[in-house]
Design a protein around this ligand. Structure first.
Ligand code: 6IA
Length: 141
């Protein structure tokens, strides 16, 4: 199974530790195409934006599922979620509730997406496990 993990980079404040833990859990189920997102440091890439876009869209196309951490608002992550939905891929959006912040209605209000709140990594892992079971039920992954 190929999984595309999406998380804020230049968007709102990314929680890299959570990203890394989610990626580590996803790796139990297959190849995480975007493993580097847990490590990316803005401003320290050799790739130009056009190359990043083209590479990421190709990866997203070949992915069997998208898992997005959406606690921090990110234009890039929103775009990736929209594309994955358009291409009929299963999408899981994980978020932490934070005071004074409400998840976009375009994500929380979309019945085509699995949108789940988590607090601990144990909860996030269980949500991921159930999502993957659901993906397998709908295909021969
Ligand atoms: O708008 P954002 O930057 O927050 O968008 C984040 C999303 O877009 C992630 O889920 C990635 O899949 C994708 N993305 C955006 N920038 C990059 C990137 N930049 N490398 C890989 N994926 C990216 C390289 C580092 C750069 C910040 C210097």
């Amino acid at each position: 199974m190929k999984i595309y993990f999406a998380g804020s980079i230049r968007g709102g404040k990314p929680d890299r530790q959570a990203f890394r833990q989610i990626i580590a859990h996803l790796k139990r189920y297959g190849k995480v195409l975007t493993e580097h997102i847990g490590e990316v440091i803005p401003g320290e890439s050799d790739l130009i934006d056009e190359e990043i876009y083209e590479r990421d869209v190709l990866w997203l196309r070949e992915a069997d599922a998208l898992v997005a951490e959406v606690t921090s608002p990110s234009l890039g992550v929103g775009y990736e979620i929209g594309k994955a939905e358009e291409w009929g891929k299963p999408v899981l959006c994980l978020y932490r509730e934070a005071e004074g912040r409400r998840l976009s209605a375009m994500i929380r209000g979309n019945k085509n997406l699995v949108v789940k709140k988590f607090e601990t990594m144990k909860e996030a892992s269980e949500i991921i496990d159930n999502f993957i079971i659901g993906c397998r039920g709908h295909s021969n992954l």
